[in-house]
Design a protein around this ligand. Structure first.
Ligand code: PXP
Length: 256
């Protein structure tokens, strides 16, 4: 007898379009446009558009926010640092969601989660002010109980678990590391979900690494950007988003 498959509720895919802007900005002009990528991602089955307005504007620019909103009806998830400037931007733009992330000028990408346990007093007012403006706040954190418990204490409705270390272990061929990191991700997801926090995950995910993360029952949303945009160079953005959606759906349906 074949074992019955466990079907999980569908997980949302937020497509991060930052790196369309990276290519545009390499020449300083208007092409390719992140807003056009948002429209294509929406048509291909994305459930949301994620973008990170960084302090140095290295990819997304201020004008992209309104352009993306005009191009699609999908919910917009604004990744942002805890600064007064970004808070003002978020409050005036009013995205569906804001994801608070650490930001250092010298980093190439968001390296590690926001240490909310250490930065509690700095982060808590941002959670409150964004929440008061009806913006759903998520905290991008390392997958451990201390960080999740602090997020709960701050009243954050969502956490996004950083999957970067897990992906690094996969590509290093470190099976012990992969198993340990998956255990941490699962434990943090269970711990948060049991406290009524919605669980998201993301960073560095690819077709080859997304399934074990999407198969964590409590994960309701995945935010993926760099790999999708890289694949889009070869197969087109529509096909790359559709393939990522397939991988996620297969994991949720328990398909081998
Ligand atoms: N989630 C968060 C909070 C991020 O900061 C990023 C990177 O901007 C991502 C997800 C997506 O990561 P990647 O581009 O590696 O898929």
């Amino acid at each position: 007898m074949t074992p019955s498959r466990v079907r999980l509720p569908r997980a949302r895919l937020g497509v991060n379009i930052d790196h369309v802007a990276t290519i545009r900005n390499a020449r300083g002009g208007e092409h390719p446009q992140p807003a056009r990528a948002a429209a294509i991602a929406a048509a291909a089955g994305a459930d949301g558009i994620t973008l990170h307005l960084r302090e140095d504007r290295r990819h997304i620019r201020d004008g992209d926010l309104a352009a993306v909103r005009a191009a699609t009806n999908l919910p917009i998830n604004l990744e942002m640092a805890c600064t007064d400037e970004m808070l003002a931007n978020a409050l005036s733009f009013g995205p569906h969601a804001a994801c608070l992330v650490p930001e250092r000028r010298e980093e190439r990408t968001t390296e590690g989660g926001l240490d909310v346990a250490r930065l509690h007093n700095q982060v808590a007012p941002f959670v409150k002010k964004l929440g008061d403006a009806n913006i759903r706040v998520s905290l991008f954190i390392e997958p451990n109980r201390e960080q999740v418990a602090t997020a709960e204490a701050m009243g954050a409705p969502v956490v996004e678990l950083h999957t970067g270390k897990y992906v690094e272990f996969v590509f290093a061929g470190d099976e012990v590391g992969v198993a340990a990191e998956l255990k941490r991700l699962k434990d943090a997801a269970e711990f948060g979900d049991a406290r009524g926090i919605e669980i998201h995950a993301g960073h560095g995910l690819t077709y080859d690494t997304v399934r074990p993360i999407a198969a964590i029952p409590q994960v309701r949303e995945l935010n993926i950007g760099h790999f999708i945009m890289g694949e889009a160079l070869f197969v087109g953005l529509d096909a790359a988003v559709r393939q990522m959606r397939k991988e996620i759906d297969a994991a949720r349906e328990g398909t081998p």
